[in-house]
Design a protein around this ligand. Structure first.
Ligand code: FAD
Ligand code: SF4
Length: 466
C-alpha cells in the first residue's frame, strides 16, 4: 500500500500498489481511515463565502458536512450531503472533483472534498425513511443508471407509485456495466439500488422500452401519469477508418460490458469472455478509454497504449484516472491519430497505421485543435484495438414514440430546468438528453425532473377539483 502526506499538505488516500493491483480487480483507491478523514477535514478553513460550493454541480453544502465530520457526527454529515446529492458513495468515487469543487477551493492545497464525501458516505448511516402519504399516481422510469435511480427515489419520496424498467439483467446503468469494479465496486451500486427498492420503487429488468412495450402503451394502456426517460448514451461512435471490422477490434463499450456483466472481472473464477491480446491500443483519452486500458492490463495484456490526437494536458479523463493508469504502466501516445487498422490474411488485427499530429488554434471545445503533419505515417504493431471515442443515445425510444423529438446529435429535445420533452407527460434527463456527460449531472437531471413531474401532477389534480 502506498501513502504519502506531509503535515500541511493534503492527506493522500491510500491505494493498492500498482504492481499488485494490475493482478486483481479490487478497488484501487482504498478510502480514508477515520484518522485520515479527521486530519483532512481539519484543514478546511470553513470559509464564510465557500467557493467550493459554487464548483459543485449540485451545490453540496461542503463546509457544513466537513464541520459535522470534524465534530465526529458522521451521520449528520451524511444527511447534509444527501439533502442535495442522493448518491454520495458513487460521486465521492467518480466525480471529476479536480475540475469542480476542488478547483474552486481557495486553500493553496485544495481540500480532498471527494475523498471526504466518500468517507462520510461509506461510514455514515442514511436517515430513516419517512414514507409520504401515498398518491393515486403511477410514474414509469426508463433506465436504472444514476439519473433513473435518482428520479425514481425522489418520486417515491413524494408518494407516487414508481415502476423502473431496465433493458439489461443488472441495475445501475453505466455504474454497473461500464465503470470497472476496480473503480466502482458493484457492491456500492447494489446498495444504492436496494435503497431505491426500499422506498417502494418496483424494479423490472430485461424490459426494452420501445420493443417489449412502448411509451404510448405505458401512458395509454397501463395508465401511467408520466414517464421519465433516462436511457443513457450507450451507442458507441466508430472511427470510420478501414479495418474496423477485423477480429480483435472492440468498441470500449462492448469490451467493458462483457467484462462487467459477464463477470470477466472475476477471472479466473469466471473465465473471461473477452480475449485480450498482448499488445493493446486504446483509441481515445477519456474515462472510458482509461478504464478500457486498465482493464486490459488486468486481463493480461503485456503492453497497453492510449492513442490520442492531442497531448496529455488535454485528456478529458479524470486526473486521478490518468495518474493511476500511468502508474500501472499504460503509455499515453500523444499527438497520434489512427488512419487504418491493419489485418493479416485470417482477418486478425496486426497493426495500426497512424499519423503524427500537431496542435493548432483552439477549437469550439476550448482545446487546441489537432492538425495532421503530412508524410508522418507509421505502423504501430498491435493485436487488439479498443475504440473509445465517445457514445451517443440509442434511437429506439425516439423512433417508437410519436411526438418525441431529437436533436441532430440524437439527444432528446427537452427543457433544461424540468426535463420536459416535446411530448406531453414525457420527461427526460441524463446522457440521453445531454449526450455523454457525468454521473453528477445525470443525477441532478433526475432530481429536477422528479420535482417537475410532481408539480405537473399536483397542478392537474388541482385543475380537476376546480
Ligand atoms: P446510464 O448510466 O447510461 O443508464 C442508462 C440505463 O438505461 C442503462 O442501464 C441502459 O441499459 C438502460 N436503457 C437504455 N435503453 C433502454 C430501453 N430502451 N429500455 C429500458 N432500459 C434502457 N462519469 C463520471 O462522472 N465519472 C467517471 O469517472 C465516469 N466514468 C465513466 C466510465 C465509463 C466506462 C463510462 C461508459 C461512463 C463514465 N462516466 C463517468 C459517465 C457516466 O457514467 C454517465 O454520464 C452516467 O452513467 C449517465 O447516467 P444515465 O442515468 O443518464 O445513463
Ligand atoms: Fe473548506 Fe476549501 Fe470550501 Fe473553503 S473553499 S470551505 S477551505 S473546502
Amino acid at each position: 500500500m502506498s501513502k504519502r502526506k506531509t503535515k500541511k499538505q493534503r492527506v493522500r488516500m491510500q491505494t493498492q500498489e500498482p504492481g499488485e493491483r494490475i493482478r486483481n480487480f479490487e478497488e484501487v483507491a482504498l478510502g480514508f481511515t477515520e484518522e485520515e478523514a479527521l486530519e483532512e477535514a481539519s484543514r478546511c478553513l470553513q470559509c464564510k463565502r465557500p467557493r467550493c460550493i459554487q464548483g459543485c454541480p449540485v451545490n453540496v453544502r461542503i463546509p457544513e458536512f466537513i464541520l459535522k465530520l470534524r465534530e465526529g457526527d458522521i451521520n449528520s454529515a451524511k444527511e447534509i450531503i444527501l439533502s442535495t446529492n442522493s448518491l454520495p458513495a458513487i460521486t465521492g468515487r467518480v466525480c471529476p472533483q479536480e475540475n469542480q469543487c476542488q478547483e474552486f477551493c481557495i486553500h493553496p492545497n485544495a481540500i480532498s472534498i471527494g475523498a471526504l464525501e466518500r468517507f462520510v458516505a461509506d461510514h455514515g448511516k442514511r436517515p430513516d425513511i419517512k414514507f409520504s402519504k401515498k398518491l393515486q399516481t403511477k410514474i414509469g422510469i426508463i433506465g436504472s443508471g444514476p439519473s433513473g435511480l435518482t428520479c425514481a427515489a425522489e418520486l417515491a419520496n413524494f408518494g407516487h407509485e414508481v415502476v423502473l424498467y431496465e433493458a439489461l439483467h443488472e441495475y445501475g446503468g453505466v455504474l454497473m456495466y461500464g465503470i470497472p469494479e476496480f473503480r466502482m465496486p458493484k457492491q456500492v451500486v447494489n446498495e444504492e439500488v436496494e435503497y431505491v427498492q426500499s422506498l417502494g420503487v418496483r424494479l423490472e429488468k430485461d424490459i426494452l422500452i420501445g420493443k417489449t412495450i412502448t411509451i404510448d402503451e405505458l401512458l395509454n394502456e397501463n395508465e401511467f401519469d408520466a414517464v421519465y426517460i433516462a436511457s443513457g448514451a450507450g451507442t458507441p461512435n466508430f472511427l470510420k477508418i478501414p479495418g474496423e471490422n477485423l477480429k480483435g477490434v472492440y468498441s470500449a463499450n462492448e469490451y467493458l460490458t462483457r467484462v462487467n456483466l459477464l463477470k470477466g472481472y472475476k477471472f479466473p473464477e469466471y473465465d473471461t469472455p473477452v480475449s485480450v491480446g498482448e499488445k493493446v491500443a486504446v483509441i481515445g483519452a477519456g474515462n472510458v478509454a482509461m478504464d478500457a486500458a486498465r482493464t486490459s492490463l488486468r486481463l493480461g495484456a503485456r503492453e497497453v497504449d492510449i492513442i490520442y490526437r492531442r497531448t496529455e494536458g488535454e485528456c478529458p479523463a479524470r486526473l486521478e484516472e490518468i495518474i493511476h493508469a500511468k502508474e500501472e504502466g499504460v503509455v499515453i501516445g500523444e499527438l497520434t491519430s489512427p488512419v487504418e487498422i491493419l489485418g493479416d490474411k485470417k482477418g486478425n488485427v496486426i497493426g495500426l497505421k497512424c499519423l503524427r499530429m500537431q496542435l493548432g488554434e483552439k477549437d469550439e471545445s476550448g482545446r487546441r485543435r489537432p492538425i495532421p503533419i503530412p508524410n508522418t505515417e507509421f505502423i504501430f504493431p498491435v493485436d487488439t484495438v479498443i475504440i473509445a471515442i465517445g457514445q451517443k443515445p440509442n434511437q429506439l425510444i425516439a423512433q417508437t414514440t410519436p411526438g418525441l423529438e431529437s436533436t441532430r446529435r440524437g439527444t432528446l429535445i427537452h427543457q433544461e430546468e424540468t426535463g420536459k420533452t416535446t411530448r406531453e407527460q414525457v420527461y427526460t434527463g441524463g446522457d440521453v438528453a445531454t449526450g455523454a456527460a457525468t454521473v453528477i449531472l445525470a443525477m441532478e437531471a433526475g432530481r429536477k425532473a422528479a420535482k417537475a413531474i410532481h408539480e405537473m401532477i399536483l397542478e392537474k389534480e388541482l385543475g380537476k377539483k376546480n
